[in-house]
Design a binder for this molecule. Structure first.
Ligand code: BGC
Length: 390
């Protein structure tokens, strides 16, 4: 179903009735919100089986033994639905999104659930050099290039196939000089749900000319349920003793500095809201958290971040092979889009944790290289694993 202003009353009236009913109940139920009390479901496939750029798009679902359900589409290899059980066993929709491709197209610059490529995060002034030759990208986030440029991997149609009930694979050939990047790059993104409610995302890429690559996923999570208010009372832990400070255009200065004594210290869990508006120059650039954390470990067996929804008790652990984590607290969300449940995507009502090589690495010799050469295979894996707080 396409959500339009016209069918809003149909969603709002039952929601109001539900919250009125909740107000008459004592204690626990009194705090029930619409997002908690509505039965959630993955979006219908009809909104994702379209023709985009002359290509047929597709839609797939996966289910884990632990009861998690997810949905993906070949349009931008987006993750379009994530349902996980809460402490009562009820499914909660924890990733923000829309019911059809049109919704994703309208919110393109937010990158809801998107696969990001060819280069996740920013490249300063849209320029970089490889083998002495300068390349120029679109500066779609003035004055910089962000998340692959004007038409990144999030806005193209991938080829998709369901491998089995727990695995879906997408491939995409990005042509030589597409969005200004050299080399024909063949990318593969595989979504797999693990028995213990993990979304495992594996990335692979090969090229026929030296290029740069940095793939990630840009899902926005609210562990209390999409549209259920801000994420400021979620608690977060990030196992990073250091982060990469930025200039006012959010390009790293090149320094890797300790988080200790700064609002960026998440080495022990604290609420996201605790220091998000602290008087701090780095915070003022976000404004809020929009920074790359230099992870202490990145070996796929160690949880590098844990976020807990204060109302649902749902926990998300992140495991990754990537050295960095962009923690983005939804500072640029402004309520201009209606989510699939009719709620607005208001300021800081979700967070993204994008595993990555560091932003602007092609221009920063001190950062781990993102260069990929012919004959090499780019290979990396990230897991978002859900459980319930004990
Ligand atoms: C960036 C933000 C940006 C957001 C959505 C994040 O990865 O760091 O600055 O606003 O993506 O585009």
């Amino acid at each position: 179903m396409h959500l339009s202003i016209k069918n809003l009353p149909a969603l709002i009236i039952p929601a109001c009735l539900l919250s009125l009913m909740a107000c008459n109940q004592p204690s626990k139920t009194a705090t029930t919100t619409m997002a908690d009390s509505t039965t959630v479901a993955l979006p219908a496939d009809t909104g994702f089986k379209k023709t985009v750029d002359g290509k047929q798009t597709d839609y797939f679902t996966m289910k884990s033994k632990g009861g998690m359900q997810i949905a993906v589409t070949s349009y931008g290899a987006h993750l379009v639905g994530v349902l996980v059980p809460d402490k009562t066993g009820k499914l909660v929709s924890v990733a923000l999104g829309f019911n059809d491709i049109d919704g994703y197209k309208k919110a393109l610059s937010n990158y809801y659930g998107a696969t990001i490529g060819r280069y996740g995060n920013r490249i300063a002034k849209g320029k970089f050099k490889l083998d002495g030759k300068e390349y120029t990208l679109a500066t779609n986030n003035a004055p910089n290039s962000l998340h692959g440029g004007k038409k990144g991997f999030n806005d193209v149609v991938w080829d998709g196939k369901q491998i089995d009930s727990t695995t879906v694979q997408f491939t995409y050939l990005s042509k030589d000089m597409e969005e200004g990047y050299p080399g024909n790059l063949t990318s593969k993104v595989t979504y797999h749900v693990t028995d213990d409610n993990g979304i495992e995302i594996s990335y692979e890429a090969t090229t026929d000319k030296t290029t740069v690559v940095n793939l990630t996923n840009h899902s926005y999570f609210n562990l209390n349920g999409e549209g259920s208010g801000t994420i400021l009372d979620h608690t977060a832990m990030i196992a990073a003793d250091n982060f990469t400070p930025v200039d006012k255009t959010l390009i790293p200065t090149g320094k890797i500095v300790p988080v200790k004594g700064t609002p960026f210290d998440f080495t022990t869990a604290k609420t996201i809201g605790k220091d998000i508006d602290a008087k701090d120059e780095q915070i003022s650039f976000g404004p809020g958290y929009d920074h790359n954390f230099a992870l202490n470990k990145h070996d796929i067996n160690t949880s590098i971040a844990k976020v807990v929804g204060d109302k649902s008790g749902i926990e998300m652990d992140i495991y990754t092979e990537e050295p960095g984590l962009q923690f983005y607290a939804g500072n640029f969300m402004d309520g201009s889009h209606l989510l699939r449940n009719g709620k607005k995507d208001d300021h800081r009502t979700a967070f993204a944790m994008e595993t990555q090589h560091f932003p602007d690495a092609p221009n920063q010799p001190a950062f781990a290289s993102t260069t990929l050469k012919p004959g090499q295979t780019y290979k990396t894996k990230t897991i978002y694993k859900f459980s319930v707080a004990k």
